[in-house]
Design a protein around this ligand. Structure first.
Ligand SMILES: Nc1ncnc2c1ncn2[C@@H]1O[C@H](COP(=O)(O)OP(=O)(O)O)[C@@H](O)[C@H]1O
Ligand SMILES: Cc1cn([C@H]2C[C@H](O)[C@@H](COP(=O)(O)OP(=O)(O)O)O2)c(=O)[nH]c1=O
Length: 213
């Protein structure tokens, strides 16, 4: 059973193939082993609006996609992220505002517009930016066998890596607590443990309980 603690919103962003989904899952497990109540979720959300954003990126582009993704973000905040965080859960969100800074810019939308439509999204307690060597990120995507119009090859990975680095700086200027981690040479469980340590310090709980699976 989990011990009572304050709720947090933790976000994970970064280029495709940086390891966001893997890390979100592993951090969730790491925190559960520490006895914390965790909820792992993703954006676009699994709600109707989010599924449209996720599956129709060829149809909806540019300003339209930017607004669609932001609308889904506000709905997700109102109906899932805030209620769970306010009930004392650690909410881990795979993609959040940083992804819009990068993907919408790659889609030709000016950053000031993206910032404006995301200005009312809650600040996360911690914004984790995962990064990776572009060649490695592209190789991971090729192995995983999935791609969309936002990712074509190693040059897209290089552009994404650069834009996430700029996004991390901009989010820090906007008051986000940002941590950047390079997953290139790190094992997934090492990364999860480091993020888990950071989160545990925020809620002030000790390390994993020995003997828990
Ligand atoms: N630290 C890592 N080292 C090696 N491979 C990894 C690492 N993290 C993720 N992967 C692998 O890379 C691929 C992409 O990971 P994923 O978590 O789906 O990335 P993202 O959600 O950022 O696109 C998956 O096949 C995953 O198993
Ligand atoms: C979160 C987010 C997603 N998207 C769009 C582009 C992405 O390719 C698409 C789906 O997100 P993605 O995380 O790539 O989906 P999957 O987990 O299925 O690989 O949503 C944006 O345009 N901006 C955003 O801020």
């Amino acid at each position: 059973m989990s011990q009572p603690h304050r709720g947090l919103l933790i976000t994970l962003d970064g280029p495709k193939g940086a390891g966001k989904s893997t890390t979100a899952r592993n951090v969730g497990r790491d925190l559960e082993r520490r006895g914390l109540a965790v909820h792992v979720t993703t954006q676009p959300s699994r709600n109707q609006l989010g599924e449209i954003a996720r599956s129709k990126t060829d149809t909806y582009r540019g300003l339209t996609l930017a607004c669609l993704v932001a609308a889904d973000r506000y709905h997700h905040l109102a109906h899932e992220l805030r209620p769970r965080r306010d009930a004392g859960e650690i909410v881990i969100c795979d993609r959040y505002v940083a992804s819009s800074f990068v993907l919408q810019q790659m889609d030709g939308v000016p950053l000031d517009f993206v910032e404006a439509i995301n200005a009312h999204a809650d600040l996360p307690d911690l914004a984790v930016i995962l990064t990776a060597d572009p060649t490695i990120a592209a190789a991971r995507i090729a192995r995983r066998g999935s791609h969309d119009r936002f990712h074509t090859d190693v040059s897209t990975s290089a552009r994404e890596v650069e834009l996430y680095s700029k996004a991390a700086k901009r989010l820090a200027e906007l008051g986000h607590e940002v941590v950047t981690l390079d997953t290139t040479g790190a094992m997934p469980d090492q990364i999860a443990r480091r993020i888990g340590d950071h989160i545990a310090a925020l809620v002030d709980v000790p390390g994993p309980r020995l003997g828990s699976a």
